[in-house]
Design a protein around this ligand. Sequence first.
Ligand SMILES: NC(=O)c1ccc[n+]([C@@H]2O[C@H](COP(=O)([O-])OP(=O)(O)OC[C@H]3O[C@@H](n4cnc5c(N)ncnc54)[C@H](O)[C@@H]3O)[C@@H](O)[C@H]2O)c1
Ligand SMILES: [Zn+2]
Ligand SMILES: [Zn+2]
Length: 368
Amino acid sequence: MQQVKAVIARAKGAPVELVTINVPDPGPGEAVVKIQSCGVCHTDLHYREGGINDDFPFLLGHEAAGVVEAVGAGVTDVAPGDFVVLNWRAVCGQCRACKRGDLHYCFATHNAKQKMTLKDGTELSPALGIGAFAEKTLVAAGQCTKVDPSARAAAVGLLGCGVMAGIGAAINTGGVARGKSVAVIGCGGVGVAAVAGSALAGASPIIAVDIDARKLEAARKLGATHLVDSSKTDPVAEIKRIAASVYDGADGADVVIEAVGRPETWKQAFYARDLAGVLVLVGVPTPDMKVPDLPLIDVFGRGGALKSSWYGDCLPSRDFPMLVDLYRQGRLDLDAFVTEEIGIEDVEAAFAKMHGHAEPVLRSVVIL
Ligand SMILES: NC(=O)c1ccc[n+]([C@@H]2O[C@H](COP(=O)([O-])OP(=O)(O)OC[C@H]3O[C@@H](n4cnc5c(N)ncnc54)[C@H](O)[C@@H]3O)[C@@H](O)[C@H]2O)c1
Ligand SMILES: [Zn+2]
Ligand SMILES: [Zn+2]
C-alpha cells in the first residue's frame, strides 16, 4: 500500500478537498497507474452535486493518462512503464451484451476489486471506477489502454471520457457520415468533440448551438460550419433554416446531438431533426428531470431514432489508438480541447468556470 495526494468530494455540494489516500498494491487483474494528466469533466461536478448517486466520499477525476507503475498477478496486456489512457469500459467478455458481440454495451465492465480508502480506512467511490485526480490510482488492468507514448498526456488523456464521448456520439451512435447534416446542442468539451467527430466523418453542414457565444468559437475551430447562439435565436428554426439552405427540402438536421443533458435542450434536438432523423442524447440528465408535454404522435410521426450514447459507444482498445494516430497525423486537434493546465489544488476553481461566469473553458486539465 502507498499514500498519495488526491481530490475527493466528501459530501453533496461541499467543495472538493485535497487529502491523502491509501492506494493498495495491485491484486490479481489490477494495475496501479502513476497519473500524468486528468481533465475536469462535467460528470465530476455531477458526482460532487449528488446527481449520480449518494456513495460519498467520491474520489473524483476520470479523464486521465499516465504510466503503469505496477501490475498484479495474471496481468499480461499491460506492463510497468506502459503509457496508457484510462477507460471506464473494460469489457467483461462474459455478459449477455458481450456474448452477442455488442462489446460496447458490456453490462459488467471491470473495475479494481480492492478499494482505495481515506487514511482512516473509509472506502472511496472512484468516479466512473477510475478516480484520477490523484498522484496514483488503482484500476482494473483492462481499464488501461496502451497508446503511442510520444503523444501529449494532457491531450490524449481527454479521450478517456468527454472527447471520446463526443466523437463517438457522432460517429458510432449517430452514424454521422459524408452527406449528412449535423447539429450539436451544447458546445462544452463533449459537444465540441461531437463537432470534431462530425468533421472527421465528412459531414456538412455542422451546426453548433450554445447559449454562450464564446463556446461557439471553439466549435468553429474544430469544424463547425454554422454557429447558432440560442440565447438570442430559436435554435430549432435556425437549424431547420440552415439544413434547408444546403439540402433542398430538409426539415432539420439528419443527426442532432444533445450535449447539455437538460429536458429543454433534448426537446429542441427532438424537433430540430429532419423526418427520420437521429437524436443522440450524450448529455447526462439528473434523476429528477422529465420531458413534459411531448405528444406521442410526434415521436411516432417523425420517425427515425431516439438514442442515448454512453461513452460514445466506444471500444477503447479499438478507438483510443486510432484517434491518437489521427491526432499525431494532425487530423484531430486534441490540443485544442486543453484550454488550461492546472494544479491538483485547482479542481474546485475549474468547476466554477463550468458554470460559465469566467472565461470559456473546454477542458481544464490537471497536470500531476
Ligand atoms: N454520455 C457520456 O458518456 C458522457 C461522457 C462525458 C460527459 N457527459 C455529459 O455531457 C454533458 C456535457 O459535458 P461537458 O463536459 O461538455 O460540459 P460543459 O459544462 O463543458 O459544457 C456544457 C455546454 O452546454 C452549454 N449549455 C448550457 N445550457 C445550454 C442551453 N440551454 N442551450 C445550449 N447550450 C447550453 C454550456 O454553455 C456549455 O458550453 C454533461 O451532462 C456531462 O455529464 C456524458
Ligand atoms: Zn460484458
Ligand atoms: Zn467524463
